[in-house]
Write a protein that binds this ligand. Sequence first.
Ligand SMILES: Nc1nc2c(ncn2[C@@H]2O[C@H](COP(=O)(O)OP(=O)(O)OP(=O)(O)O)[C@@H](O)[C@H]2O)c(=O)[nH]1
Ligand SMILES: [Mg+2]
Length: 295
Amino acid sequence: MSSQAFADGAHEKALARDAGRAAVDGRVDRFPAIAPLPPDTDAPEHADRSGERADATAVSLVIPAKNEARNLAHVLERVPACVDEILLVDGRSRDATRLMARACRPDIRIISEPARGKGCALRAGFHAARGEVIVAMDADGSMSPEEIPHLLYFLERGYDFVKGSRFVGGGGSLDITPLRRIGNRGLLAVANLLYGSRFTDLCYGFFAFRRRFLEHLALESTGFEIETELTVRAFLAGLRIAEIPSLELPRRGGRSSLHSFRDGQRVLRTLIAQRVEARRARADASGDDPLALPE
Ligand SMILES: Nc1nc2c(ncn2[C@@H]2O[C@H](COP(=O)(O)OP(=O)(O)OP(=O)(O)O)[C@@H](O)[C@H]2O)c(=O)[nH]1
Ligand SMILES: [Mg+2]
C-alpha cells in the first residue's frame, strides 16, 4: 500500500478493500507512510471527532506511569478530545505522579496497580476502562498523543487491533539504543518465524483495540512482555490487525524501568510459551500429536 493510494482520494476505497481482505485471511496489514488524516482530525484543536466517528463508541486511554511526574503534563495536555476518559495506572510512584495527573486533568481516573509491573498495570487499566475502544500509551513523553486519531481511524474502518510500529515506513525511533534495536529485531524474527506472521514491531506500547476482545485475549503478563502477549494472542485469535507508523521520541526525563536482558528474555519466553500453548490447543481440538512437525 503506497502513501499515494491515500493521497489521491482513493483513501476510503483502499481502506475498505484492505479491511475486507484482512477480515478474510486474518493476516497483519501494514500501512507505511500513511497520509495525514483529513484536516478536521489533523490538528489537536480540531481533534474532537465524536460527531464524525463511524461508530459512536467511547474511547478510553490507559496510561501506565511509574515516577513520571516530570513527563506527565507534556503528555496529558496533548490528549485529543476524541478520548472520552483517561485512566492513569500508578506504579507506586514515589514522586508527584498522582498530583501532577490530577492537576493537568481533574477528570482523570487514577487507579493503583494491583501488583508490580507494566503488564499488571495495563491489565488493571484495561479491565477498569469503560470505553468500547481501549488505547494504551506510555507516560514518558516518547509517544505523541496526536497519533491517537490515526489508531482510531483504522479501528473505525474494520480493524480490531491497531498497533503503532516504529519500523514500518513513516515510523521511527529516536529513543532506541543499538543494543535494543538488535534485540528487537531478533525477537521480531523469532515471532514471525514461530507464528508465520509479518509483524514489523513487537515491543511497542502504543496501540488500540476493541474491548469486546479483552476476555478472549485472557492476558496474563505482569511485565514488559505484555505487548508481545497481546500481539500474539490477537494474531492467534484471528483479529483483524493493522500496523501503522509511529515515531518514538526520547523519554523526556527520568529513568526507564526496562532492563534489556531480563525483559528480552521474558519476551522470548512469552513467544515460545504462547506457541506451545496454541499447538497444544490445536492438537486437543483435532486429536493430533502435539509434537508433530508443522505442516
Ligand atoms: N504502573 C506502572 N507503570 C510502569 C511500570 N514500569 C514501567 N511503567 C510505565 O510504562 C511506560 C513504559 O516504561 P519505560 O520505563 O519508559 O520503558 P520503555 O519505554 O520500554 O523503555 P525506554 O525506551 O527506555 O523508555 C512508562 O510510562 C512507565 O512509567 C510499572 O511497574 N508500573
Ligand atoms: Mg519509555
